[in-house]
Unconditional design. Structure first.
Length: 347
């Protein structure tokens, strides 16, 4: 993207999220941890059905909820509701965590209960429920959590309280905004793909995309890279990208790397024109080689369109600008990956 203006424009007032003081219930048996229950509530200017559909479509959560980096269904509930399993990757208190959860989806009552399958110590339990109900001309959404720490450890309980409160507030405020835009028919989000055939293996192509610390030497549009790996398969990538007009911009992303088939990422720092940017590198191998796909999903920051592109710019022009800018860089990366894997790059 060719603009470097930071995202400092005045934004619409965020929906106000209310919380009910947490309740603590001692364990039933000696040695059982204390259970902490807490609720957060937000008013949403959209119909309950609109809100519930957003909550039910877990794979779209990275575009709605700031903490969610990547989400996938392991078992999907039927259209009429029922049990399902999913895996989530999300930020919490500055780190990245992953877990699998079971959900029970009840469209008739507009409720979704959830609980982590196998909480990892020091977390003893984590679950809760989404409830959507009519309220005036819109909806009210209640997000309830119930959690416990192994041995009632005070530090862990404090960490959990901070993470649950911070994420719940961010998620409910973003849900309200996404539902408002969907109800109003605002065309702010879209997805696109570019692909390229590579004569090689998925493992070789994945290695090029995974080892981003070498991109300064391998990709002409990359000026600086800082890569850390806080856990196996999890990367935090900060990068300065050059643009055709000679300027540059900085992005920071969390990447979920699953060799040799995919890398999914979400930008934590985005250019001013984007409210949300997620993407994927997808690799499919066959007898002829590998098809490499660069996928982007974005939500435009509509308040920044005229400031970045000019006073007469439209949302459609912003879509075209973003499509061309992101597609140009990802296509260049695919071409370099192809040359590297096929042995014609000299790198």
């Amino acid at each position: 993207m060719s603009e470097t203006t930071p995202r400092t424009a005045k934004q619409p007032a965020a929906p106000e999220v209310f919380d009910r003081p947490s309740r603590r219930t001692p364990g039933e048996r000696a040695g059982d941890p204390t259970r902490v229950d807490v609720e957060h509530t937000v008013a949403v200017p959209a119909a309950p059905a609109v809100v519930f559909d957003l909550l039910a479509d877990v794979e779209k959560w990275p575009l709605i909820f700031p903490p969610t980096v990547h989400a996938r269904f392991l078992e999907r509930a039927p259209d009429g509701g029922g049990p399902e399993r999913l895996q989530l990757w999300a930020t919490a208190n500055g780190g990245v965590r992953t877990w699998t959860s079971r959900r029970l989806v009840d469209p008739a009552r507009r409720r979704i209960s959830f609980g982590q399958d196998r909480p990892k110590a020091p977390i003893a339990a984590m679950g809760g429920e989404w409830t959507v109900r009519s309220a005036g001309a819109g909806s009210e959404v209640v997000l309830a959590h119930s959690y416990a720490a192994v041995g009632d450890d005070a530090d862990t309980l404090g960490w959990l309280e901070k993470a649950v409160d911070g994420n719940s507030r961010a998620e409910l405020a973003s849900l309200a905004e996404a539902a408002r835009e969907k109800e109003a028919g605002m065309d702010t989000s879209f997805t696109f793909r570019d692909s390229l055939h590579i004569e090689g293996t998925a493992a070789a192509a994945h290695a090029f995309l995974d080892r981003a610390e070498h991109w300064v030497e391998r990709l002409p549009h990359v000026a600086r890279v800082e890569l850390t790996e806080p856990a196996p398969g999890v990367q935090v990538l900060e990068m300065d990208t050059r643009t055709p007009d000679g300027s540059s911009h900085t992005t920071r992303s969390v990447r979920i790397c699953q060799a040799p088939r995919s890398i999914h990422y979400k930008q934590l720092i985005t250019p001013a024109l984007l409210r949300v940017h997620t993407g994927s590198w997808l690799l499919t191998e066959d007898a002829r080689g590998v098809t490499a796909v660069a996928e982007h999903s974005v939500v435009l920051e509509t308040a920044a369109v005229t400031r970045v592109l000019g006073p007469d710019a439209t949302v459609q022009q912003a879509r075209t600008f973003v499509r061309e800018a992101l597609g140009r860089n990802s296509s260049a990366t695919l071409r370099r990956a192809k040359a590297f894997v096929e042995g014609t790059s000299g790198a």
